[in-house]
Ligand binder design. Structure first.
Ligand code: NI
Length: 253
């Protein structure tokens, strides 16, 4: 069954030794698509360069909230240019991270989040949202801008998931759903409409059980899908299929 990884970071130095081999192996096996998420203007440019090498890899271009402290107007202009690239499918990952507030103050994060929501609207691309311990402010901005897109690595409550679904957005679920302490996310995975589900890894991070703590790659999505399938009483293949369909729909692929 095909796997579409809607969110990964293969540019991470965790893949410096074997990036080409890992990606070639994944695409030769079950993986039919990967979205590489940029975190700065520079990494977004590199994500597109990687996408040029692999026909089934696409990129999201954006400035991550942890990187927002050093963002500049020139960076935003770079993103505007990169967004025109034929393999740029989203503005992301963008959003708010109050866990890592020491990297960037809240108001600066909010400023660049807003500017990039405006950019997404301007260039008519969906958004990839990062929300960590900032659920209320994230939801407020999503309700204001009503973008197309996904809340990646969803960590909010089932009530927040309902609001995100109401906005017509997708919920990205990764390896965390397999963790022992994932009670809230399990509730979300059991309840959201299946036509709103995207599967992701956030590789090299958040490998599902039994690989928790190890380097993650897109093939491990099968374990995440199996967990969700058990919750929903359908087969793993059906979950994988639905997620492929949803990812292609969101990104027009
Ligand atoms: Ni990410």
């Amino acid at each position: 069954m095909p796997i579409f990884d809607s969110h990964a970071h293969y540019l991470s130095d965790a893949f410096d030794e074997d990036r080409q081999e890992v990606l070639s192996r994944l695409f030769a096996d079950k993986v039919c698509g990967i979205i590489e998420a940029g975190t700065t203007a520079d990494s977004s440019r590199k994500a597109l360069a990687l996408a040029e090498q692999f026909p089934h890899l696409w990129a999201a271009v954006g400035i991550h909230p942890e990187e927002a402290a050093t963002a500049t107007e020139a960076d935003l202009n770079t993103l505007r240019t990169l967004a025109q690239h034929e393999k740029a499918v989203a503005i992301g990952e963008i959003g708010l991270d109050y866990h890592y507030e020491e990297y960037c103050p809240r108001d600066t994060q909010q400023y660049w989040f807003r500017r990039q929501l405006e950019l997404a609207r301007e260039v008519s691309l969906p958004v990839v949202i990062h929300d960590r311990e900032a659920h209320e402010d994230t939801l407020k901005l999503l309700q204001e801008f009503k973008p197309r897109g996904v809340v990646h690595c969803f960590s909010g409550s089932v009530e927040m998931a309902r609001e995100v679904v109401k906005l017509g957005m997708y919920i990205g679920i990764g390896g965390v759903v397999t963790f022992k302490n994932a009670r809230k996310l399990v509730e979300v995975a059991a309840e959201i409409p299946l036509d709103r589900l995207l599967l992701e890894t956030d590789a090299p991070y958040l490998a599902p059980v039994p690989y928790r703590g190890h380097r993650c790659d897109s093939s491990m999505i099968e374990l995440t899908a199996a967990t969700i399938a058990a919750l929903r009483g359908i087969s793993t293949d059906e979950i994988l299929d639905i997620a492929v369909h949803n990812t292609r729909t969101l990104y027009s692929l």
